[in-house]
Design a protein around this ligand. Sequence first.
Ligand code: AMP
Ligand code: MG
Length: 192
Amino acid sequence: MAARLDRIVVVDIEATCWEGEPPPGQVREIIEVGVCVLNVGTLERGERVSLLVRPTRSEVSPFCTTLTTLTADQVAAGRPFTETCAEIGKRFSARERCWASWGDFDRKVFAEQCDRESVPYPFGPTHLNVKTLHGLAHSLPHEIGMMAAIAQTSRKHDGTHHRGHDDAWNIAGLLAAILAAARGWPSDRGGI
Ligand code: AMP
Ligand code: MG
């Protein structure tokens, strides 16, 4: 079925991480799913949602806490991955809609973890890579990181970098700006 284009479900995950490879016996797991829903008609962003996920096959390293600010105690109070996926599918109608993230990392990690844990994938097939779209829309020679994109467009970064809900909010803002420009809207219109 064709994806509904009334809203775009913008997603940014945080995952357990280390300075290099995972220690023996551990695997990378999602510890936060940040969501910000973009209203396609008005280009206004909805609330920033942070869904904390309890890891079961890895630990939050000091390196990971330094990067994300998320602590082992915080994510231990999160919900199981399977419940989080069920909530995403239901609360955001994510299987029927287009969803978006910066790059392909989030899509790949979600697919891997759903596969590994036999959890139903919460999204539909229509994924929008905002990193690629941003590069194309701004005639860049190659893709750039989210923080560089914010700086390049003279936007204000908002919130804590490497927290899912704040990253999703900022990505949704970059996407809104691309869509506004494509429509010939002034950049100060609405929630852009
Ligand atoms: P981000 O959306 O940029 O906050 O990154 C998502 C996830 O990618 C983080 O939660 C980490 O698991 C991983 N990651 C991002 N940057 C780094 C880094 N410099 N070193 C190791 N892992 C990273
Ligand atoms: Mg992030």
